[in-house]
Design a protein around this ligand. Structure first.
Ligand code: 3BY
Ligand code: FES
Ligand code: FE
Length: 412
């Protein structure tokens, strides 16, 4: 198990534009360090807000050592709490999703309001002050229907992202959508391999026959230097979309922690379906046409998303162990769309169920190869894998900053 300073050395000595060393993908110490310095510090995508549409609806998730519950209060607000009873520490909610009027601990029935206040604790004596035993809050923000949480005491700034998401997601009407289908799988690979795999389409032709019916694997589609480097196809798409009120141009976080971009699908395909036609007859929000392409949004370390004319697909990853990652995919449709009438689950989900499974396979084989002592970090393609380079630079830069001891306070 690597120590902090060994991790720092491996990150500092990494070869630019090359994959990471074996330890950085497999070692227990690195995994702990990733949790402490990335997963417990950054904003993480938790759920689409429409997963908990009503007061008392909740969703739970495990972020490293921290069980978290996200719940909608009587005031309609979404809040997150440590899913840990303030009595003797029982996990409060054990189900992935549920509905309740109060959060009642299953052990001794301490009872909390949906806003975290302790309402009732039996036989605790006269000097017991319930106001001291409310649930511990976790930072939580609902940005245009995407709920993010942050375990840090002081979370990183999020206002700029909230503003951009507000503009880009408004036409998609996520607040008026519902979860049509949800899938959770475990990939036997390090979380960074899962993100790396998502950040390139070098593998798409070889791995994703169904996705490639509608998604272009041309790296120019997603690796943008600026408006002038866009192909005429994209420029025409942006013009049409922006004239119809759909913000489309690339917006990047200064260090590429997130990016928004609306890209056309292949040959005017409408959706990620086998037929290339829309899967849902009722469009999302105010989307003006079916062939609006895909609004892509990724956010490191744990989410990538596609917002189409007829539906949206939101992805969340959570690290389980050095070589296991949970991947949850939610398909969202207009809340008034009726299953069996306006859409069917098979048409809606087939392409990305296939794609997720194909990605799982490549990530697992990637992890198996990297576990070999013969593995040596190879070079990324600067034409095809610029997105991976950006992710690895973001990860390494962030880790080096956070692992580097502060300069000594006193001179000798
Ligand atoms: O999900 C994405 O962002 C895309 C789709 C195919 C692979 N990946 C680059
Ligand atoms: Fe929750 Fe006792 S641990 S009520
Ligand atoms: Fe893929």
């Amino acid at each position: 198990m690597l120590t902090h300073s060994e991790i720092l050395t491996q990150l500092a000595n990494r070869q630019k534009n090359h994959a990471l060393t074996r330890d950085l993908y497999c070692d227990d110490g690195v995994f702990q360090s990733d949790l402490e310095h990335i997963w417990y510090k950054e904003w993480l995508f938790a759920i689409p807000a429409c997963e908990i549409p009503k007061t008392g609806n909740y969703a739970t998730m495990q972020i490293g050592a921290y069980p978290v519950v996200v719940v909608r209060g009587a005031d309609g607000r979404v809040r997150a709490f440590h899913n840990v009873c303030r009595h003797r520490g029982q996990r409060l909610c054990s189900k992935a999703n549920g509905t309740t009027t109060k959060l009642v601990c299953p052990y001794h029935q301490w009872t909390y309001e949906l806003d975290g206040k302790l309402l009732y604790a039996r036989d605790m004596g006269d000097d017991f002050d319930p106001s001291k035993y409310g649930l511990k809050p976790v930072h939580c923000i609902d940005m245009s229907g995407m709920v993010f949480i942050c375990l840090a005491q002081i979370p990183p700034a999020i206002a700029d992202l909230a503003k951009q998401l507000g503009a880009y997601l408004a036409p998609s009407g996520l607040a008026d959508s519902k979860v049509a289908f949800s899938s959770t799988i475990i990939e036997n690979g390090n979380w960074k391999l899962v993100i790396e795999n998502n950040r390139e389409c070098y593998h798409c032709g070889g791995s994703h026959p169904s996705l490639c019916r509608t998604y272009s694997d041309n790296p120019n589609m997603t690796a943008m230097e600026g408006p002038d480097s866009a192909s005429p196809d994209i420029l025409a798409h942006w013009k049409r979309c922006e004239e119809a009120g759909l913000p489309s141009r690339f917006v990047n976080h200064p260090r590429m922690q997130w990016r928004l971009a609306r890209i056309p699908l292949l040959n005017n395909a409408e959706s990620y379906t086998m037929s290339t036609k829309a899967a849902v007859s009722k469009r999302m929000g105010q989307m003006p046409f079916n062939d609006a392409g895909s609004l892509l949004f990724f956010h490191y370390p744990n989410s990538w998303n596609h917002f189409l004319g007829d539906h949206a697909i939101v992805f969340r990853i959570l690290p389980i162990s050095p070589t296991e990652t949970q991947v949850t995919t939610n398909w969202l449709v207009h809340k008034d769309a009726v299953e069996g009438v306006d859409y069917n689950i098979e048409d809606l989900t087939r392409v990305w169920l296939n794609t997720n499974d194909e990605d799982r396979l490549v990530v697992e084989e990637n992890q198996k190869g990297i576990l070999s002592p013969a593995y040596e970090p190879g070079p990324y393609s600067m034409i095809q894998e610029e997105g991976v380079v950006q992710f690895i630079d973001w990860y390494s830069g962030t880790m080096v900053e956070r692992l580097t001891p502060p300069p000594a306070m006193a001179a000798e």
